[in-house]
Write a protein that binds this ligand. Structure first.
Ligand code: KOT
Length: 838
């Protein structure tokens, strides 16, 4: 070892290489360009520069990362293991610069090299390892745990292809494969030494061990290797850097020899491809995928890898697994990882010799379950045939869990046999299925919903029986978002304005935004606020011009924004009905005094979701007509921003005047986009759904535009036999709009194009658009009137930001720590030196 790097038997790991002054940063940047990328500046591409900068930043967080892991290992601390099939962590460079507090030095360093920091930040391709809200929530929670010094590991899947890239061709969504790894990923480090093996298929056999105990073993017919790839998740201005550990499936080396020996080269390669398929691609659905074997393989694969990893970590310092549940809190992000309940039981009993009772106690103590949906079709279930052939041992364990559980049910409800089939982990009403939510409920010590209303509806409806049986397990944990990404990084203008008045402590104590309230009445501050909004709207307008070729007016036009996955329950098409209504008003009276609006949409549709794709086409078709009609005179503009993802969303939230949160009441579990908008000073037009209810409570009724049926009114109207046709026939404006869509006004080349959409509204209208139409239009009219009074609008905007503090993911994580995980913060000391090995 180089003497300069040693100090006695200790290695100095931070030296002048990782200093954060401009000169050292510059030197490190050019060193990385040369030594890591093999380029001179003269021939380097923008991506080379981005990579060199990313390595430079990574070098500066490695010491914190290693120190954090070392601290956890040495101190027997309780660690949160977040189990999620999805993570949408977004681009890492900008976030890490902020968290390391080195933005300005780095900006200067790259500028002195003739480069622009924002350009390099934009170069990063984000890991799109999730579909939407659920995956993004996992990322916000990882950020908050690191910031709050909570020891945590995020376990998940390293999909080779994440969520597809979306292009819009002639108004239609086209899906393009997401090759996010194509230019390399500077943030991850493979840890091949921690590789584990996972079995699949095969059969089980029972035997008596040397102590004459009855035992079962699983003889899988194939195995797959799980290789962990680690990404550091650094907290904001703290030394804690937690790990996001994502598993990649690889074929075991041993397996193809046999096939080789018999000359079956293609068979061997095939089998290799088959194993590696497991982590090949993210399922692009925002709702569950029923019956796809590969999906179940993905779930089991990452959960088994993760539990084995936790057991290995545990046994590195503990004699046995007795206190596993005292040192790990495993949170199930919906039911996707809920097979973990059976897998931990198997590992404890079949591999580590525990008896059922103790294994069960450990398992229940370890797991907690978060539910993220009320849509009945979204409850995961697996057919027994598929389940049993892939996981025969787990099916046996689930049967035994069920047998014991139903025994309890019988004691609890002695005279009610219907309870047995209602509670059973096996759905036997038709084809037989394993009900994953039931498995998650019995195997966990805590169950939570993600907003007040959602938790209430879970208790009353979806998980009613479980609530009656174990009320003490249920809690609400309203979602939150991280202010570091969703304000500091996305909205530097707002960050500066807030900080100029109340200092910067709000970045980690978001409730301090309250201190802005008095400024809502200060004309100078209101002016500054309005100017700031104008500035960020102009920023978005430029992007829209560049990306979509549509000119929009950031100065006088109300930016009315609707971005999220495209789904009928989220009702992007209700928004379209409003646009057409305004268009008709203009056509009837071209000189009408109307508040100019820019309608901005963004979001992906699941590739197989026909109606969602038709909604995208409808938005673009209406845009074609409205944007190009001379009568409109630019007063209405419709824009669809393609490829909505974390990167593209960042400039969107800050620029909104109005946030559309218009799902049918009782359908959206929480929403988190609603929080990002309001935090950035947008007013919300929304139903009493998900977290909208709590947002309205916080910001005040007078600063929120409410419309629509309430959840109970929705179910009431449904049970009384809802007839959308009545609304259609009795409302002239609505009828006109619907008839225009039917008649092909927006699809002259194919007049029947939108027939499926119109028919679904007229004859079924599952999501009650027609019932809510008039209330929505009236509310939008109130929005327009309010926008005419800029001064008061600005006041409301300031109050929205000032009162949104509780929607920080820091608050949510504190609640999880206290009420579910029983985990404490563990500060990490920055050690200059670590013990040398050997
Ligand atoms: C997907 C499949 C099965 C079960 C649930 C989902 C799911 C739910 N995916 N995303 N969600 C969203 O999760 C967010 C975070 O809690 C919520 O804010 C949002 O309302 C859910 O739709």
């Amino acid at each position: 070892m180089n003497d300069n790097l040693t100090n006695g038997n200790q290695i100095q790991i931070e030296d002048d290489r990782t200093g954060i002054d401009v000169q050292t940063l510059k030197r490190a940047f050019s060193d990385n360009l040369f030594y890591a990328l093999g380029k001179f500046p003269e021939i380097a591409t923008k991506n080379d520069f981005y990579m060199a900068l990313a390595y430079t930043v990574r070098d500066r967080l490695l010491r914190r990362w290693l120190n954090s892991q070392e601290t956890y290992l040495k101190q027997d601390v309780k660690i949160v293991c977040y189990f999620s099939a999805e993570y949408l962590i977004g681009p890492q460079l900008g976030k890490n610069l902020i968290n390391l507090a080195i933005v300005e030095q780095v900006r200067q360093a790259v500028e002195e090299c003739g480069l622009n920091l924002d350009d390099l930040i934009e170069q990063e391709e984000e890991p799109g390892l999730g579909n939407g809200g659920l995956g993004r929530l996992a990322a916000c929670y990882m950020d908050s745990m690191a910031t709050l010094n909570i020891p945590a590991i995020g376990y998940g899947i390293r999909y080779e292809f994440g969520i597809f890239d979306q292009e819009i061709c002639e108004g239609w969504q086209v899906e393009i494969t997401d090759k996010w790894l194509r230019y390399g990923n500077p943030w991850e480090i493979p840890r091949t030494e921690a590789t584990v093996e996972v079995g699949l298929g095969g059969y089980t056999e029972s035997f008596y061990d040397e102590n004459n105990r009855y035992r079962v073993r699983w003889l899988p017919d194939r195995t797959v290797k799980g290789v962990p790839y680690d990404t550091p998740i650094l907290g904001y201005k703290t030394n804690t850097a937690n790990t996001l550990r994502l598993w990649k499936a690889e074929a075991p080396e041993s397996f193809n020899f046999q096939a080789f020996n018999v000359g079956d080269y293609y068979g061997a390669v095939n089998e290799k491809t088959y194993s590696e398929n497991i982590t090949k691609v993210l399922y692009p659905n925002d709702e569950p995928i029923q019956g796809k074997q590969l999906r179940l393989e993905q779930q089991f694969f990452f959960v088994s890898c993760s539990l084995q990893d936790m057991i290995r970590l545990h046994l590195a310092t503990q004699e046995n697994l007795d206190n596993f549940g005292e040192l790990f809190a495993a949170q199930l992000n919906d039911t996707h990882p809920s097979i973990g309940v059976a897998e931990l039981m198997r590992l404890l009993m079949d591999v580590h010799d525990y008896e059922w009772e103790q294994a069960w106690e450990i398992t229940q103590k370890t797991f907690a379950y978060t539910n993220h949906t009320l849509l009945p079709e979204a409850l995961e279930k697996w057919s027994l045939g598929l389940f049993g052939s892939l996981l025969p041992r787990h099916l046996e364990i689930i049967y035994e869990i069920n047998r014991r559980f139903l025994h309890e049910i019988r004691t609890h409800y002695p005279n009610d046999v219907s309870k047995l089939s209602n509670f059973s982990l096996i759905d036997e009403t038709g084809e037989k299925y394993v009900r994953m939510a039931h498995l998650a409920c019995v195997g966990s010590h805590a169950i939570n919903g993600v907003a007040d209303l959602h938790t209430q509806l879970l208790k009353q409806d979806v998980l009613r029986g479980f609530y009656e049986l174990f009320p003490e397990k249920f809690t609400n944990k309203t979602n939150g978002v991280t202010p570091r990404r969703w304000i500091v990084l996305s909205n530097p203008e707002l960050t500066e304005l807030i900080t100029s008045k109340i200092g910067d402590n709000w970045i980690t104590h978001l409730e301090e935004l309250q201190q802005l309230e008095p400024f809502a009445d200060d004309p100078n501050f209101r002016n500054a606020w309005r100017q700031m909004k104008q500035q960020v709207k102009t920023r978005l307008a430029r992007r829209i011009e560049k990306r979509c070729g549509i000119t929009v007016d950031p100065n006088y036009s109300l930016f009315d924004i609707h971005v999220k996955r495209i789904h009928e329950y989220k009702r992007q098409h209700l928004n379209v009905l409003h646009i057409i209504t305004l268009y008709n008003r203009i056509k009837k009276n071209p000189n009408i005094d109307i508040v100019p609006r820019t309608f901005i949409f963004g979001g992906k549709a699941a590739p197989s979701y026909f109606m969602a794709k038709l909604i995208i086409k409808l938005i673009n078709s209406v845009g074609e007509v409205v944007n190009n009609d001379p009568d409109v005179r630019g007063r209405l503009k419709v824009v669809f921003i393609p490829d909505y993802n974390v990167t593209n969303s960042q400039p969107v939230y800050p620029a909104a005047d109005l946030s559309e949160q218009i799902s049918t009441a009782g359908k959206e579990a929480s929403g988190t986009g609603n929080m990002k908008f309001s935090l950035n000073g947008a007013l919300t037009i929304g139903t009493l759904d998900g977290a909208n209810v709590e947002i309205r409570q916080q910001v005040g009724e007078e600063n929120f535009f409410l419309f629509g049926l309430k959840a109970e009114e929705v179910s009431q109207m449904k049970s009384q036999g809802y007839n959308p046709w009545e609304f259609y026939s009795s409302n002239e404006a609505l009828r006109e709009v619907i008839d225009q869509i039917s008649s092909g006004l927006f699809s002259p080349e194919e007049s029947n194009l939108f027939k499926p959409l119109v028919d679904s509204l007229l004859y079924h209208d599952e999501y009650m658009l027609l019932a809510d139409y008039q209330s929505y239009i009236d509310c939008q009219d109130r929005v327009s009137e309010a926008f005419r009074d800029w001064d008061n609008w600005t006041r409301m905007s300031i109050l929205n930001t000032a009162r949104m503090g509780i929607f920080s993911s820091d608050r949510a994580i504190r609640e999880y720590c206290q009420d579910i995980w029983n985990v404490q913060a563990v500060p990490v000391k920055l050690e200059d030196y670590v013990q040398a090995k050997g």
